[in-house]
Design a protein around this ligand. Structure first.
Ligand code: ZN
Length: 302
């Protein structure tokens, strides 16, 4: 069971000169009171780090006596990392930092503002994010990462980018002429002519490289049939394998305001706002069965 403390205030850091073993740490930590919010103590000594949970005896005082201790992770399985860019109050950020130390059961992160927190036995929701590119960076992946950077009330989510390069969707031999949605993506097809639908060019014998919405626009603007390579991530999702218990997020050209879930897939609007993405992340967490209201360890006393 993964554990992330609710608040960095629940975590205190203590440099000690006793061995980082259960008996010695118990003797030390029960010999002195701790600040009333303290639930976990990161102890450092002899070049190592360990994590101890303390059980306190509540009183009216600002400092509580420690009644008992439990060594949650010893020095052989705990890493202490400095990540000044990481907000340690955000579970997904802690888990992202912990990715750099995959062998450690417990990763203590000293992050932004000098705050220290940890993740024990990281078990994030693995969210595969399917997007097409260019443009680079793939927008949906980038936006999801940015929303997760401040998602302090969500359980840890680890995005797994699944970016499909548009050029890889073009079968050989290439068509002589491709019609793309717009110039903004910066896509180039060497050896083929390229036009852009949003510029409403004169009709040519082209292949439309675009989504269902582009096709509808094409049908409105031009006469006759057009060969199409469907680039909507929702269509491409059929080719993507997602392991059991993990979730897929895609965007779809036909959604404008609503978010949908289909099986273990969350579909967000093509032009998703941060609010849409937050709704999509809430849905992904629910699909993964992690929306039980206890994203991050145990409630603290007031
Ligand atoms: Zn679509």
């Amino acid at each position: 069971m993964s554990l992330v403390p609710d608040r960095y205030r629940a975590v205190s850091v203590l440099d000690v000169d006793v061995p980082l073993e259960a008996v010695a740490l118990h003797a030390l930590l029960t010999s002195r009171p701790v600040y009333r919010r303290t639930r976990y103590v990161v102890v450092r000594g002899g070049g190592g780090t360990a994590l101890v949970e303390v059980t306190t005896t509540a009183t009216a005082a600002l400092f509580y006596d420690v009644a008992d201790t439990a060594l949650l992770a010893g020095p052989g399985e705990t890493a202490y990392v400095h990540r000044p860019e990481v907000d340690t109050g955000v579970p997904s950020e802690l888990v992202r930092a912990a990715q750099d130390v995959p062998d450690a059961r417990c990763v203590v992160v000293e992050g932004r503002y000098g705050h220290v927190s940890f993740v024990l036995d990281p078990d994030p929701v693995r969210l595969h994010v399917l997007d097409v590119a260019p443009p680079w960076p793939a927008k949906l992946v980038d936006q999801v990462e940015r929303v997760l950077q401040t998602a302090e009330d969500l359980p840890a989510v680890l995005p797994v980018p699944r970016v499909v390069e548009l050029a890889d969707l073009l079968p050989e031999p290439r068509a002589e002429h491709y019609l793309l949605q717009c110039r903004g993506g910066g896509m180039d097809v060497p050896g083929s002519a390229v036009s852009y639908l949003d510029e409403v060019p004169p009709r040519r014998d082209w292949t439309l490289l675009g989504c269902a919405r582009s096709r509808a626009i094409h049908d409105f603007l031009y006469e006759g049939q057009v060969p199409q390579i469907d680039t909507c991530p929702r269509s491409l999702a059929r080719q993507v394998e997602v392991p059991e218990g993990e979730v897929l997020m895609v965007k779809c050209c036909l959604l404008e305001e609503e978010t949908e879930t289909v099986g273990s897939t969350v579909v967000v609007p093509w032009g998703a706002t941060f609010r849409h993405l937050r709704e999509g992340l809430d849905a992904a967490v629910a699909l993964a069965g992690r929306d039980d209201g206890t994203p991050s360890g145990t409630e603290l006393p007031p």
